[in-house]
Design a protein around this ligand. Structure first.
Ligand code: PFF
Length: 472
């Protein structure tokens, strides 16, 4: 017997869940280090440009496609055109790829919550080495990752309204409160102004083609776009919800958290004379170093910061899990619990490889591709899959779906106003695909040192397109 498909319980619950998906490691871990290594404010301006044009239009499109079909990514595409099944399949694959490394970092954040109050900060000079030693340890990060995965599994197994929605309604407001506490301390440090200038005074001398790719890739990753996540979340929305409005709220919330994370981190980093361009280690090395210099409040603030990071990551990784789980429920008619177990097992196996690739397997990169599993999953999604997913969705909206159907969906059958419909439609149809293609192709070309990796990524896409006929 088929079970009735679930819905979000309330508008607030949906917004918290969708913003929970968007706000994650991308905002608090990735955004600050990308800004730090790409020239600060100039990167931020380009990033904001990508978010409020391409990001907003694709998010609106994903909500529309999801709610119209009432199905997760694969079914949503398939219900309009069987030839487009592959675009949904690609989304599910991207979900797996991100899930192959995301919980590893989620596990680090969980570990750092506890390390913050158990002596990590006692000796500031050892903080950097401690991180290197921790992530390359063959066992420790796996245990924390396992713990983090258990939380994911519990939430997703409980379903939409009493699992994901409930968790997000509690955790998202808590995240804002925690960030504000850190910000108050950070911006009141002597010398904090230099950090704010770094964030908000544009210096375009560091902008290159790569900056645009980094900004666009980050926009897709941060807004959870290009892999059917927002299609899936949209599919649980009731018909009376205002989609363009919800998209604007979610995009704004995501952007606000990225900026708040920057305001929490950079003033403190500058105040203590640390390097803003420290890269992926920024949050796990520079930030604890800052707290180590703060005396008695250091461990408490550090605990709050890493709890915020863990909470942000959790509400995102449950959405990644949900993309695959929803596919198995909708298309394969599986029970939710079974779908969660199967998906989690595959994800845990991928994550074990990703975690070990930073430690015991660090000197054994995957032959020919030249990178370890962690970097493989990260680069493939960030540089290829999400952008191609977004591009396909834009083309699908513009050239496969009927304009009339979209208009009906976005205006709730004409009962609400969406004044910018024509603008949205034409931008999504004509401008977004071209912009995404230019930025993505130039990005792929700029990865000259990773030709095999790029070919591998494109190969997966072609193979999944060929095999997608088998998906039902
Ligand atoms: N948006 C999440 C973040 O910024 O951390 C990552 C993510 C979640 C990407 C879900 C894609 C997705 F479908």
């Amino acid at each position: 017997m088929e079970e009735k498909r679930e819905n979000w319980g309330s508008k607030f619950g949906f917004i918290m869940a969708a913003a929970g998906s968007a706000v994650g490691l991308g905002n608090i871990w990735r955004f600050p280090y990308l800004a730090g290594t790409n020239g600060g404010s100039a990167f931020i301006i380009i990033y904001l440009g990508c978010v409020f044009t391409i990001g907003l239009s694709i998010m609106t499109a994903e909500f529309a496609v999801g709610r119209k079909s009432g199905l997760s990514a694969v079914g949503a595409y398939m219900s309009v055109s069987k030839n487009w099944t592959f675009a949904g399949v690609l989304g599910v694959l991207s979900g797996f790829l991100i899930m192959g490394f995301y919980p590893v970092v989620g596990g680090w954040a969980t570990a750092y919550m506890f390390k913050s109050v158990t002596g990590l900060l006692k000796d500031a000079s050892a903080v950097g080495d401690a991180f290197g030693a921790f992530i390359s340890n063959p066992v420790q990060p796996l245990i924390w990752m396992g713990l983090y995965m258990v939380l994911n599994i519990i939430i997703v197994a409980r379903g939409i309204s009493s699992g994901i929605e409930l968790a997000s309604k509690v955790l998202m407001p808590a995240l804002y409160v925690m960030l504000f506490i850190i910000i108050v301390r950070s911006v009141t440090l002597p010398g904090a102004g230099a950090g704010l200038a770094f964030l908000f005074k544009p210096d375009f001398s560091m902008v290159t083609g790569k900056t645009f790719l980094a900004a666009l890739g980050q926009a897709f990753f941060s807004l959870s776009l290009g892999m059917g996540c927002m299609i899936t979340y949209g599919s649980y929305l009731k018909k009376d919800q205002n989609l363009p409005n919800n998209a604007a709220i979610v995009v704004s919330m995501d952007t606000s958290v990225a900026l708040l994370a920057g305001i929490a981190i950079f003033p403190a980093v500058f105040a203590f004379g640390l390097d803003p361009g420290a890269g992926p280690g920024l949050v796990f090395v520079s930030v604890p170093l800052v707290f180590a210099h703060m005396g008695a409040v250091g461990p408490i603030l550090s605990f709050i910061f890493f709890t915020a990071l863990m909470v942000a990551a959790l509400t995102s990784s449950v959405s990644l899990l949900e993309v695959v789980v929803a596919y198995l429920i909708d298309q394969r008619k599986m029970k939710r619990v079974n779908a969660v177990i199967i998906t989690s097992v595959i994800m845990i196996i991928m994550c074990v490889f990703a975690s070990l690739s930073l430690g015991v397997m660090a000197d054994k990169p995957i032959p020919i591709l030249g990178v370890g599993a962690f970097d493989l999953f990260d680069i493939l999604t960030d540089k290829i899959f999400l952008a191609i997913g977004g591009l396909l969705l834009a083309v699908f909206i513009g050239f496969v779906m009927k304009k009339e159907d979209l208009k009906k969906e976005l205006t709730n059958e004409g009962t609400i106003k969406f004044g910018a419909f024509e603008l949205w439609y034409n931008f999504t149809k004509f401008v977004a695909p071209v912009l995404i293609a230019i930025i993505a192709i130039s990005g792929i070309i700029s990865m000259k040192d990773k030709v095999a990796l790029m070919l591998f990524g494109v190969g997966i896409i072609v193979v999944s397109a060929l095999f997608s006929k088998k998906f039902k």
